[in-house]
Design a protein around this ligand. Structure first.
Ligand SMILES: Nc1nc2c(c(=O)[nH]1)N[C@H]1C(S)=C(S)[C@@H](COP(=O)(O)OP(=O)(O)OC[C@H]3O[C@@H](n4cnc5c(N)ncnc54)[C@H](O)[C@@H]3O)O[C@H]1N2
Ligand code: MOO
Length: 646
């Protein structure tokens, strides 16, 4: 059998998302099917027809109170000065709440308004009005009444109405079957062996669960390799069996991105490329009357594309509107640039600081699933806007409940592992309280406090003049504000060395003399300041250090470099050395402290935070990492807004 070869498709369209959606909706002609389901298991299903009550509720006149049923007309003359006596079974019967009130009785008197004379005789001093304390037939539901219109999503309370009216089965839309085909030679199932170049297939399960959540019936196939024949086969089978087909990855311009050609060959392609970032390489087409949607491989692009195109089709199938997320006005904590001509979808962290919702962008990389996991909101920047300024007030779609966002502690500054532990401990004490952190570096953290965009900043800024950490910087940059510098951690800084320290490195002189390959940090990093200070103190010139000009941007990347070179040395914190299984020779303790406004420090949230920091369980968590110590009951440094007298 001859193999089909396909040319690379290089140019993708930039079709506006709404236009692509409207177009695909016009091509969507679903064959809707109705199924009858038991009312007890109809939760979340959508009624396909109006639902009418089978019987009334109540279906008899029912007493609404414990007491006696009477004939109202025979009580009309009752008065304090004219008590009326009633005889059992003659002109009253005893009834309890819910009992039937048989004719000719037509009113109920509560037991507390009755005087018992003897077993069969009662006395009343007030008349009863007709139908008082009686739930007449159909008070709640009248037989043949419409319970719900078509297109109604069944909720728990609706199941109550169905059962109460003896409506035991309901006609609902059959869920549209959405077949999901993950493709890629590099993919393995999560339980399979991993190797370099092998990626775990997880998009498929994410899609399946979204489809389920949105009211569809997911059908996740196995992984299909990047071979035209296999893809063709999978698509043909899927289009026969499903209402909608989603094929993942292979949507772009790679040498093995066959999907678009195969859809074109088997049916029609309406769109290849939408004007969005991320999510651009979407394919919208149709094979044998079934809509086929090719979504990009990168997880974030993939989930967004699914929401833009698959969700509306599922809703269209059941004639329901596409739900919208609630929105919130937020102030931007940072400037955001955006692509002209394309909609930008930016995952945001949101915090409530000093009475304002402040939002900061998370990473924009389309391969970072955690950006969606961590997102509090989604900022959509329209195509005609090239960027937004820090401080602009914009609308974001909420991806988390507002209560949760409002109670979070906004943490900015230099990242440290212990901040996650702190967040876990806070969460354990209070369901909602957590920390949302932006890792922007110590200086940017200070600036966030200055501008009221964060509650707490984590900083480790060494003053090379004084050898002191943080104090100088806080005094200089936050002058004029009421600020608290809270001594938080002592972190061990030390040499990162190959296992066993083969070159026996202990000092800056050793590094220079033995011509080690030094792995440096970027200018401004606390570790870089420390290294430069060590050089000065030891009278070693930067030119004597091999590799001084090579800068890495994190402790972990320094450790990774050292791991790959037996002649290398780096400087950094212990956990990074431990993660890469390196030798670690401690040389200094670094102060990693917390900066916050005095108002926050004194607030309930602030007190909570300090309490957790000083708790035995948090300290135990921190000790487990190694190379760390929480400063025991420190004296916070309070800096007041009153300018210092020089
Ligand atoms: N020259 C160009 N290259 C690329 C373009 C472009 O316009 N020109 N677009 C880029 C964009 S934007 C995206 S998005 C990706 C889309 O690529 P594909 O849809 O062809 O997907 P793959 O390359 O096969 O996979 C990309 C990436 O996605 C992850 N992936 C894929 N499938 C799964 C799965 N089932 N589970 C989890 N993760 C999955 C994986 O990390 C892949 O490496 O193309 C750019 N390139
Ligand atoms: O569309 Mo890609 O999704 O920008 O990363």
């Amino acid at each position: 059998m001859g193999r089909t070869t396909y040319k690379r498709k290089i140019y993708l369209q930039d079709k506006p998302r709404q236009e692509a959606l409207s177009e695909i909706l016009t091509h969507y002609a679903p064959v809707r099917k109705v199924e009858w389901v038991d009312s007890t298991s109809a939760l979340g299903r959508i009624t396909a027809e109006p639902i009418f009550a089978k019987v009334s509720m109540p279906h008899y006149h029912a007493s609404a109170m414990d007491g006696i049923a009477v004939i109202a007309e025979k009580t009309f003359h009752a008065h304090e000065k004219n008590p009326i006596q009633l005889k059992r079974n003659e002109n009253f019967i005893y009834v309890d709440t819910g009992h039937a009130v048989p004719g000719p009785y037509n009113a109920v008197i509560m037991i507390e308004n009755i005087e018992e004379i003897d077993e069969d005789t009662l006395e009343i001093i007030e008349p009863a009005s007709p139908w008082q304390h009686i739930r007449p037939i159909g008070e709640d539901i009248v037989q043949e009444e419409m319970l719900f219109p078509p297109g109604h999503t069944i909720r728990p309370v609706d199941i109550g109405a169905l059962l109460a009216s003896k409506t035991l089965q309901v006609p609902v839309w059959k869920k549209p079957v959405v077949t999901i085909i993950p493709t890629g030679n590099e993919l393995v199932q999560p339980h399979e062996q991993l190797a370099p170049g092998r990626l775990i297939e997880f998009n498929g399960s994410v899609f399946a669960n979204y489809v389920l959540d949105w009211g569809g019936e997911p059908n996740l196939t196995g992984i299909v390799v990047d071979e035209p024949e296999k893809i063709r086969e999978a698509l043909l089978k899927a289009t026969e069996e499903s209402d909608i087909v989603v094929i993942n990855a292979g949507s772009s311009a790679g040498s093995k991105d066959y999907t678009v050609h195969i859809i074109e060959e088997l049916g029609d392609v309406f769109t290849h490329g939408v004007a969005t970032r991320p999510g651009k390489p979407v394919i919208l087409g149709k094979i044998n009357g079934t809509i086929v949607i090719g979504v990009p491989g990168y997880p974030v692009s993939a989930y967004l594309a699914l929401e833009w195109f698959v969700r509306p089709l599922i809703c269209e199938y059941s004639h329901t509107p596409v739900p919208k997320r609630p929105t919130l006005q937020v102030k931007l904590g940072r400037r955001i640039v955006s692509t002209m001509g394309a909609e930008d979808f930016i995952r945001m962290n949101i915090g409530f600081v000093e009475g304002t919702y402040v939002a900061n962008p998370l990473t924009r990389a389309a391969g970072v699933t955690m950006s969606l996991v961590r997102a509090d909101g989604l900022l959509v920047i329209p195509p005609e806007i090239s960027g937004l300024e820090q401080g602009d007030v914009v609308e974001v779609e909420l991806m988390r409940p507002l209560e949760e966002i409002s109670q979070a502690i906004v943490f900015n500054g230099s990242h440290d592992l212990t901040i996650d532990l702190l967040s876990v401990q806070l969460k354990k004490r209070n369901l909602y309280r957590k920390i949302i952190s932006s890792h922007v570096g110590s200086m940017a953290g200070l600036m966030a406090i200055k501008k009221g965009e964060a509650h707490v900043a984590g900083v480790h800024l060494l003053d090379p003049e004084t050898g002191e950490y943080n104090t100088t910087y806080v005094k200089r940059f936050l002058a004029g504000q009421d600020i608290v510098l809270y001594p938080f951690l002592k972190r061990k800084q030390g040499w990162f060395l190959p296992k066993g320290n083969p070159l026996n490195i202990e000092s800056v002189q050793d590094i220079a003399e033995k011509k080690c390959d030094f792995v440096n940090r970027q200018k401004g990093a606390g570790t870089r300041v420390l290294f430069d200070k060590l050089l000065r103190e030891s009278n070693v010139n930067t030119s004597e250090i091999v590799g001084y000009q090579r800068e890495m941007f994190s402790h972990l990347s320094v450790a990774a470099e050292v791991k790959s070179n037996n002649n290398a040395v780096g400087l950094g914190i212990f956990p990074a050395a431990k993660a890469m299984e390196l030798e670690f020779v401690p040389i200094a303790d670094e102060d990693y402290d917390l900066v916050m406004t005095k108002a926050f420090f004194e607030s309930e949230q602030g007190k909570n935070l300090i309490e957790v920091i000083q708790s035995a369980s948090f300290k135990a968590d921190v000790e487990k990492i190694g190379g760390y110590a929480v400063v025991e009951n420190p004296t916070p440094l309070v800096i007041t807004s009153k300018p210092e007298v020089e």
